[in-house]
Write a protein that binds this ligand. Structure first.
Ligand code: SF4
Length: 151
């Protein structure tokens, strides 16, 4: 018999749009090809212009770089303007928060993450199916990477 995940009974989460996850501190919004297509269309730009204007490459070592949105001075997300400026078409990483594999790995990780987000542990009960759909969506839409030589 397989063990049920800690979130089998669902978890409470409702975003209160406080912007704590998209302002004030440096962070990364990694992007899939679908994210780029949606955001570039919304900005009425082609892919290359969008990458040049709104994106940066982040290296964590190991020879691989990850494509992320840029930040403004002061660490606000490049699209933050009195709230999320692209909310309807925001990247999958934003849409699936806080149901990320790094957080859903354990009840302890979920409890730790609560200190970063006042919407976690309160509000709407999100079912296990919904949580797993978020995890699966991230797996189905991998973020864009390149090796350090850019080839
Ligand atoms: S920190 Fe949580 S509640 Fe605040 S905007 Fe981000 S997801 Fe929403």
């Amino acid at each position: 018999m397989s063990k049920q995940p800690f979130y089998a009974g669902g978890l409470r989460f409702s975003c209160i749009r406080c912007s704590a996850c998209c302002r004030y501190e440096s962070g990364y919004v990694f992007l899939s090809e679908k994210d780029i297509a949606l955001l570039a269309a919304e900005q009425k730009m082609d892919r290359d212009s969008f990458l040049q204007t709104y994106c940066r490459w982040i290296a964590f070592g190991g020879g691989v770089e990850y494509l992320s949105l840029k930040e403004k001075t002061g660490y606000d997300c490049i699209f933050w303007q009195d709230g999320c400026g692209v909310y309807a078409g925001r990247p999958l990483q934003c849409r699936t928060y806080p149901f990320w594999d790094s957080i859903m790995v354990s009840a302890e990780a979920w409890e730790r993450a609560k200190s970063e987000c006042p919407g976690m542990g309160k509000g709407e009960l999100q079912s296990m199916a919904r949580i797993e759909a978020a995890l699966e969506a991230r797996l189905a839409e991998p973020v864009i990477t390149r090796n350090k030589l850019g080839v």
